[in-house]
Design a protein around this ligand. Structure first.
Ligand code: MTE
Length: 323
C-alpha cells in the first residue's frame, strides 16, 4: 500500500457505539439498536446499504472464538482501503455512497467450469443456501488489525456450484470497472480492474468466505458490496471487494498489488510475523479501536492465528520466497 500518516480515521469517541451494542445478534435486533426498526430495514438502501438476500443470518458457533472482541461497527465501516474510491482511509465511505449502485449486481462464473453462469448477486446468495455469521481476525499488510463479524457463505460452496474441470487449479476474482462512479479508477491510482487469485485448494479451504454482510447487516458499499472475499489467514489486500467475476484458470493469475510492486506484495499474502515487508516490520500490529482511537499494539501471529487450520496448505513451501 502507499503508506500515509493515519489521520483520516481519528474518529471522535462520541460516534463509536458502546461495546454492549456489538453482541452478535440477528439483523432485526441490530436495526432496533440503531433506532431504525423494521421501516429502516426496508429502507436499507437509503443508508447506503445493499439489500442482499439471506438476512437475518445465523451465527455459526464454530467460527466464534469468545476470546476475540469484535471491533466496533463504525471503525470497520469508516476506516477502509478501497482505492477505487480514493486513497485515504476516510475516502471510501462518502465516495462509494454517492450514486454507485451495488444492487442489482451481476456476477459471472466463468473459465474452466462445467457450469458457467451469469447470475444476480441475491440469486447467487439464495443458491448458496443463505448466509451465516463468522467472527474472523482481519490483518492488513499496513500492520493494523480488526476483528470482524462477517455474514456470508463459504467460498467452497461457490466452487462446488461452478463444478470446475480437472484442469482448473486457480480461482481469479475481478472487481467492477465503472469510471463514472469510481474516482480512483478515473485517476488511475492503481491498475484496474482490481484482481486477486487463490489456489483452488485455498479457495476450497473451510475458512475462505464470501462476505455479504457485517454485524448481521448487508455489507456497506465501502466494505465491498455486494460480495467480497475474506481469507482471514492472509493480508487484507487479498480480500478483493465488489466481485463481478469468478474465473477458474489453469495458471497462477497475477494480483493487483503484485502487479504494482512485485518485490513488496506476493501472490500468497499469508500473514507472517517472520517475513517483513521491505518498508516495515510485520512482527506486531495496531489493534484498531482497542485501547483508544489509535489502537494498542499486539504481536502478530503466524497465519494470523489460523496456523492450526491452514498450515497444511503450505507444507514444503518456502514462506520467505512465497510471500
Ligand atoms: N478490493 C478492491 N477492489 N480495491 C481495493 O483497493 N483494498 C484491499 C482489499 N480489497 C482493495 C480491495 C485492501 S489493501 C484491504 S486492507 C482490504 O480490502 C480493506 O478492506 P476493508 O476496507 O473492508 O477493511
Amino acid at each position: 500500500m502507499l503508506i500515509r500518516t493515519p489521520k483520516a480515521w481519528e474518529l471522535p469517541e462520541s460516534i463509536v457505539t458502546p461495546e454492549r451494542d456489538y453482541e452478535l445478534r440477528p439483523r432485526r435486533d441490530f436495526l432496533k439498536t440503531l433506532g431504525l426498526g423494521l421501516a429502516g430495514a426496508a429502507l436499507g438502501s437509503r443508508a447506503g446499504l445493499a439489500t442482499t438476500a439471506g438476512f437475518p443470518s445465523k451465527v455459526n458457533p464454530d467460527y466464534r472464538d469468545p476470546a476475540l472482541k469484535p471491533t466496533p461497527y463504525e471503525y470497520i465501516t469508516s476506516y477502509n482501503n478501497f482505492y477505487e474510491f480514493g486513497m485515504d482511509k476516510a475516502d471510501p465511505k462518502p465516495n462509494a455512497n454517492k450514486g454507485w449502485k451495488t444492487e442489482p449486481w451481476t456476477v459471472e462464473i466463468a473459465g474452466l467450469v462445467n457450469k458457467p453462469i451469469k447470475i444476480e448477486a441475491n440469486d447467487l446468495v439464495e443458491k448458496m443456501g443463505g448466509v451465516e455469521q463468522r467472527v474472523y481476525r482481519f490483518r492488513c499488510v499496513e500492520a493494523w488489525s480488526m476483528v470482524i463479524p462477517w455474514d456470508g457463505f463459504p467460498l467452497a460452496k461457490l466452487v462446488a456450484f461452478a463444478d470446475p474441470k480437472p484442469e482448473a487449479r486457480f480461482l481469479r476474482m475481478t472487481t467492477f470497472l465503472d469510471l463514472k462512479n469510481a474516482p480512483g479508477q478515473r485517476a488511475g491510482n492503481l491498475e484496474y480492474p482490481y484482481v486477486e487469485g487463490l489456489r483452488l485448494d485455498e479457495a476450497n479451504h473451510e475458512l475462505a468466505f464470501i462476505a455479504t454482510g457485517i454485524y448481521g447487516r448487508a455489507i456497506p458499499n465501502q466494505n465491498g458490496a455486494p460480495l467480497r472475499l475474506v481469507t482471514p489467514w492472509k493480508y487484507g489486500f487479498k480480500c478483493v471487494k465488489s466481485i463481478v467475476k469468478f474465473e477458474f484458470v489453469a495458471r497462477q493469475p497475477r494480483n493487483t498489488w503484485n502487479i504494482m510492486a512485485a518485490n513488496e506484495y506476493g501472490f500468497y499474502a499469508n500473514v507472517n510475523p517472520n517475513v517483513d515487508h521491505p518498508r516495515w516490520s510485520q512482527a506486531s500490529e495496531r489493534v484498531i479501536g482497542g485501547g483508544g482511537v489509535l489502537g494498542s499494539r499486539q504481536k502478530t501471529l503466524l497465519f494470523n492465528g489460523y496456523e492450526k487450520q491452514v498450515a497444511g496448505l503450505y507444507q514444503g513451501l518456502d514462506l520467505k520466497r512465497n510471500y
